[in-house]
Design a protein around this ligand. Structure first.
Ligand code: HEM
Length: 235
């Protein structure tokens, strides 16, 4: 009786999908979509700052009690955090592996390395790195308070946000990140639609418009907060 050797074993379906280029692109699209849903909700939640401290501080409390009594305090929030971490890791890993594959697949090396990559590809890569660094800084600023410029107070986002946007560097970091986010979402949505095979000319045009409008709304919604603090509308 022949024993099964390592080479006889068939790879699992998940492995086959993950190893294929289209599989990695699908992972990018789905994880990107999950993060986008979170960001739309986060942007809308942040706008509560324009309705006063009670409204946004109460919202921070609600985020921790949602699902009670079935869920314990903060369980839903932790569930969302786990989903987000999985999405970020899947998105970044597939992006990195696709870019390695892209470099290996080139028959000749470009004399000028930059000439081989499109503007969009470079923008997506650098945009992704900027956003990754921003998220780490942002959590240390407004979730843990580690690098927060004022006396950070847990469950008091109103004052915490004002403290952050009362510094010049807080405004610069947030606005640069949010503009990078707008470009990333715009191109990402467009690429995702192509990966998932939407493509007909009229639908492509409609999709480009949706991607532009969504990226613009997201950027404007996030930028409104630092601008609100800088102009004294929120104080
Ligand atoms: C002006 C723009 C933004 C403001 C004012 C803002 C505000 C906040 C605040 C106050 C928190 C803490 C919430 C709490 O603990 O109750 C938070 C958490 C967070 N924000 Fe933002 N945010 C902004 C933009 C962004 C962007 C652009 C991203 C992602 C690209 C992002 C991702 C996150 C994440 C991942 C958390 C951690 C959530 C958690 O696990 O507690 N935020 N944000």
């Amino acid at each position: 009786m022949a024993l099964a050797t390592r080479t006889d074993r068939r790879p699992s379906l998940a492995r086959t999908v993950w190893d294929s280029t289209v599989g990695k692109k699908t992972v990018m699209a789905v994880s990107g979509f999950v993060m986008l849903l979170y960001l739309v909700a986060h942007m809308i939640g942040n706008l509560k700052i324009f309705f006063g401290p009670e409204e946004i501080n109460h919202y921070a409390h609600w985020l921790r009690t949602v699902g009670e009594p079935f869920m314990h305090y903060e369980w839903t929030l932790w569930l969302i955090r786990v989903v987000l971490v999985v999405a970020v890791v899947a998105h970044a890993t597939s992006a990195y592996q696709l870019s390695r594959r892209d470099i290996r697949a080139r028959p000749t090396k470009y004399a000028n390395r930059k000439a081989g990559r499109s503007f969009a590809t470079r923008t997506m890569r650098w945009g992704g790195v900027i956003l990754g660094l921003f998220i780490v800084w942002h959590i240390l600023d407004l979730t843990t308070g580690t690098v927060h410029p004022g006396g950070y107070e847990h469950l008091h986002p109103y004052q915490n946000i004002i403290d952050t946007f009362s510094t010049w560097y807080g405004n610069v970091v947030y606005i640069v990140a949010v503009v990078a986010l707008g470009f990333h979402v715009r191109h990402g949505l467009w690429s995702a639609a192509q990966t998932l095979g939407v493509g007909s000319r009229s639908r492509d045009r409609a999709l480009k418009t949706v991607a532009n409008v969504l990226a613009l709304l997201l950027t404007a919604g996030f930028v409104a907060v630092p601008v609100g603090v800088m102009t004294g509308v929120v104080s």
